[in-house]
Design a protein around this ligand. Structure first.
Ligand code: FAD
Ligand code: 2HG
Ligand code: ZN
Length: 502
């Protein structure tokens, strides 16, 4: 038996014969969600317990084999798939999917890292509690992946990123030791906060095997509106009004450019996008009229036409009764309509309609993927400067890459845009990316620097943005990051080549 065979045999002994995959179609583990890169794994290893993870990591360390932790493989930056060497293992955590404890009085839940986000949300809801992390990939992404990337999503404006929701972690170190840091404490200042070091480290500092996460009471009322705005400045003005009128009730504030919405209409014609040409008006405009069954009532001005430059989804969730909350919510929209920062708006009458409105927003990444390969920029800029950034950068891109199409949307409430560039129509997207991606990225990221922004707001670095990080992060910060990596993983076996090269 050669050394590779005996290594595979050892892995099989640890996790069981059928949970070490070496043959057949492994593309689900080897190809990233965006289909940017296809790697090749020595094996896909699927442990079922923390001890098995620790034993696998020890075996890898002894054999000098590196490993790539993987959850739902929905990451956007090529961080959870193996390289092309055929010498790395994919450590898939999806069999570790148990809820370990739910402490309603402490408002915490402790879950295995491989739990799917939606399953955690549903468990909490069944117990009358809210786990607020939410994103379009929630049916597939895992808590381990959310922590690994410090994922954001659509509720950050109220509840923060995954980091803010995490109280404790259990982690397997690069040496195969288990750090049991599963605390539900809100206060613990006993030295360096290792939890925060692990969160957002993209599998390069440790393998997260479980986490204790914060919960909240389920909101009593939830109101969602879809509003058309004349400009991005108006969207920012509406955000200010929403903070003022709704206070902590404001839980979501998303912006969507016209082209982004047109892709939803084009690729998912069954989805009703308010104010788009394919949607017959649901109601004569005006407050108070009763909507036909299943339709979203219209608050907007009569005669408003389709094709607004930007639309916004905003959500208020509250502990006060629906009647009070709705009064405040509708007052906000009335003030915004009078100020001219909203041109038209629909408010969901019930949860089913709210879900329809959110579904429009959440379908954009999928519609965009249907349109073809694109160049993603997950950037953050101070909210106040976003309109100026977009105006300048749109103009620069249009001038330099005539015909390119901007899919601009995102979490405006957090100052986070998905400022994505799609190849010109009828142009081979693969060819466009090959020839122009470098230049497009340089242009956009230089602008981000000029506006003191970040080149990765919520998706992380992976290998896709690794070289960009080196260009845009301060040398002092990079030096400290490397020192941490070398201290915790001196043999570079945990997701090497992700975030930076050593
Ligand atoms: P993976 O893709 O498997 O892994 C991501 C990274 O985490 C990799 O570096 C991996 O090595 C590491 N990792 C995974 N598990 C562990 C572990 N147990 N221990 C240590 N490291 C680990 N992201 C957002 O932030 N906000 C959004 O709104 C959002 N919307 C999305 C919508 C769609 C349609 C899609 C496809 C993706 C979206 N994403 C979003 C990106 C993605 O879903 C998130 O980054 C998510 O957190 C990844 O979880 P995952 O389980 O799929 O992780
Ligand atoms: C979202 O907010 C995700 O929908 C995906 O973060 C962003 O596809 C993208 O660019
Ligand atoms: Zn996002």
């Amino acid at each position: 038996m050669n050394s590779t065979d005996s290594f595979i045999a050892e892995l099989r002994q640890i996790v069981g014969e059928t949970h070490v995959l070496t043959e057949g179609d492994l593309s689900a583990w080897e190809m990233d969600w965006r289909k940017r890169e296809r790697g090749h794994a020595l094996a896909v290893v699927r442990p079922a317990s923390t001890q098995q993870v620790a034993d696998v990591v020890k075996a890898c360390a002894a054999a000098g084999v590196s490993l790539v932790p993987q959850g739902g493989n929905t990451g956007m930056v090529v961080g959870s798939t193996p390289d092309a060497s055929g010498r790395q293992i994919v450590l898939s955590l999806t069999r570790m999917n148990q809820v370990r404890a739910l402490d309603a009085a402490n408002l915490t839940i402790t879950v295995d890292a491989g739990c799917v986000l939606q399953a955690v949300q549903e468990t909490c809801e069944a117990a009358g509690l809210l786990f607020p992390l939410s994103m379009a990939s929630e049916g597939s992404c895992t808590i381990g992946g959310n922590l690994g990337t410090n994922a954001g999503g659509t509720q950050v404006v109220r509840y923060g990123n995954t980091r803010e929701l995490c109280l404790g972690l259990e982690v397997v170190t690069a040496q195969g030791e288990i750090w049991s840091g599963l605390t539900g404490l809100r206060k613990d200042n006993t030295g360096y906060d290792l939890r925060h070091l692990m969160i957002g480290s993209e599998g390069t500092l440790g393998v997260i095997t479980a986490a204790t996460m914060k919960l909240y009471p389920l909101p009593v009322s939830q109101l969602t509106a879809f509003a058309a705005v004349p400009t991005l400045e108006a969207a920012v003005q509406l955000l200010g009004l929403a903070h003022q009128h709704l206070g902590a009730g404001l839980t979501g504030f998303e912006v969507m450019g016209r082209f982004a919405l047109s892709l939803v209409t084009k690729h998912f014609p069954q989805i009703r996008v308010p104010f788009q040409a394919n949607v017959a008006p649901t109601l004569p405009a005006g407050r108070g009229s009763l909507p036909p069954k299943g339709a979203v009532p219209c608050l907007g001005r009569p005669g408003a036409t389709a094709g607004y430059p930007y639309c916004v989804v905003l959500e208020n969730s509250d502990q006060e009764s629906e009647t009070h909350a709705r009064e405040r919510f509708e007052l906000l929209l009335e003030v915004a309509l009078n100020d001219g920062c909203v041109l038209d708006a629909v408010v969901a009458e019930n949860m089913a309609q709210a879900r329809q409105l959110w579904h429009v927003r959440e379908s954009i990444p999928l519609a965009q993927a249907q349109e073809g390969l694109n160049i993603k920029h997950d950037i953050s800029i101070a909210v106040s400067r976003i309109p100026e950034f977009v105006e300048q950068t749109d103009a620069l891109l249009e001038q330099t890459y005539p015909g390119m199409r901007l899919v601009n949307y995102g979490h405006l409430g957090d100052g986070n845009l998905h400022y994505n560039v799609q190849a010109p129509e009828h142009c081979d997207a693969e060819q466009f990316l090959k020839e122009q991606e470098h230049g497009v990225n340089a242009l956009v990221y230089d602008q981000v620097d000029r506006f003191n922004g970040s080149i990765s707001a919520e998706h992380g670095i992976g290998s896709l943005k690794r070289e960009k990080l080196a260009e845009h992060k301060s040398p002092v910060a990079l030096h400290m990051m490397r020192a941490i990596k070398q201290a915790l993983d001196p043999h570079n076996i945990l997701n090497p080549g992700r975030v930076f090269r050593l």
